[in-house]
Design a protein around this ligand. Sequence first.
Ligand SMILES: [Zn+2]
Length: 651
Amino acid sequence: MEEKAKQTFYVTTPIYYVNDVPHIGHAYTTIIADAMARYQRLKGNKVFFLTGTDEHGQKIEKSAAEKGLSPQELADRVVVRFKDLWQKLNISYDYFIRTTEKFHEQGVQKIFKILLDKGDIYKGSYQGWYCISEENFLSEDIPLEAEGYKICPDCGRKAVLLEEESYFFRLSAYQQALLDFYQSHPRFVRPPGRMNEVISFVRQGLKDLSITRTSVKWGIPVPGDPKHTIYVWFDALHNYVTAIGYDWNPEHFATFWPADVHLIGKDILRFHAIFWPAFLMAAGFELPATVFSHGWWLKDEAKMSKSKGNVLDPYFILNKVGADALRYFLLREIPIGQDGNFSHQGFVHRINSDLANDLGNLVQRTLTMAVNYFDGLLPAVTEEYEIDLELTRQFDETKNKVYDLYNDYALNRALEEIWFFLNAVNKYLADNEPWKLAGQAEKRDRLARVLYQALCSIRGASYLLYPVMPETAEKIWNLLGEERKPSTIMTSQLNFYDFQPVNKISRAKAIFPRIDLAEFTGDTNKSIEQTQPAIKMETKESKMEYITYEEFKKMDLRVAKVIAAERVEGTKKLLKLQIDLGTEQRQIIAGVAETYSPEDLLNKEFIIIANLQPAVIRGIESQGMLLAAEVDGLAIIPFFDRDIPPGTKVK
Ligand SMILES: [Zn+2]
């Protein structure tokens, strides 16, 4: 980055696979990129912020077929959902690329041809384990079974060893060049732990990479040999160059390439830190400055995944607390490289203590005093005490630290520094007690000064917050009577005393109302439905709907043993049960209290659906559902006729 010393900044998110709907992980990556982009714009840099969707490949072909759609139709539908979420989260991307766009396909084919002519791509034959039912090669990471074959992870069937014609990228030829590059660019991969992982992987030796398939139809055809399609990873990675004009706008391309930072999840580190720079070297491109690998958001300490059914829906949180609170939480809670744990309790605490209290209260109190004591128009301030100058100095120090931290992508640390400062402002008010000064006519000047210092602080702190909380910063500036928006002031132009006392200050309502855990999580119909204990009997009129064995197999039924039980206060029907599942303990809320007392169930064993999406009822999380028959409105639990180890699978 130093060698560029440039006025531009190019940041990318991964392009998201359209066989998935947007979840909190997508939101996290994209929010990080957005905060980086907004900060760089404040610095006066010309920014290009790219996101988009990865639309080719076997998995998309397959999930489209399952839904009775063409792959393009599936992609079109999912893209709308991503774009809608980005709009609600105030994501300021400059372009949303779709890999089915013509210019991208042409760009990829052109690069493929260049590498082919150069000899870095050659035709050979690929041998791998192939699933006949799904018509695809298994990932090479899957281990051999003891009997000497591989099992398809998707369908559980035995795979066969198959050979097909394939084009290869000569990755082996780039091993030393990559190692040299890592050595001279130790911050190419961040955080440093990931850099070490990459280096040790490359040192073990690189094999050439099969980059085409004949079994996949939904992809970019190999130029001059259309029975092959280009493997989705080779296709997808090149979005970073095609989107900014490679092969169609050389001037724009030269302005932004190489990228400053590719943000990625750690699962795709190898593709971005090894394959991608090798492809770029082969094609003669400069290499990006940084590949920044972020961690996972865990839900109550477990990795979120579709198969576990514990994926957090960002819309649910957005509708409850708004974009800025979610943006703040995700960026504040953890440094970019680490895993974070999302719990509703943690989230609610963070919002209430940092946003409602430290920030929201400060703004509301100060503005209210300015309106009550001076009708929203402070007089010009005169006197100045050491304690005032101290606050000003603290702001200047904070500002410089925060800029450095933003420059280094340490977003959580930047927010931490802003909060240290907000606490200092709160302390300044407590020490100077403007509410007492207000009662003394001779202290009028002093009162104005104290409020002026606090208002300057609020203006400055909300400017520093702007990259992470753009809506809030604008709202606060607006309340301060600022006619400009924070985004129009460059970082180098921000001064503490720029706040004009003649601005007409408005009375502020609570900027971030406190949220209540129960209210926040417990009132959707969906959650309540999921905690219904009884599986409804088929009525005579209802048609029997068959499910396939595959669908049944998706249910993870387990034997659970009750280790603690109590009533949920204020309810007639609900029991809170702590259960032992052999490998873990969980809590479930069951609507069986009209049939069983807590004592009845202690040490009893029954069947639960272990992979049901967790639900929250009455503010309490329920991680699973027990099976029961419903007879005259009473839930009757089927028990076993002997003791069984907890966690045993039921089929
Ligand atoms: Zn299979």
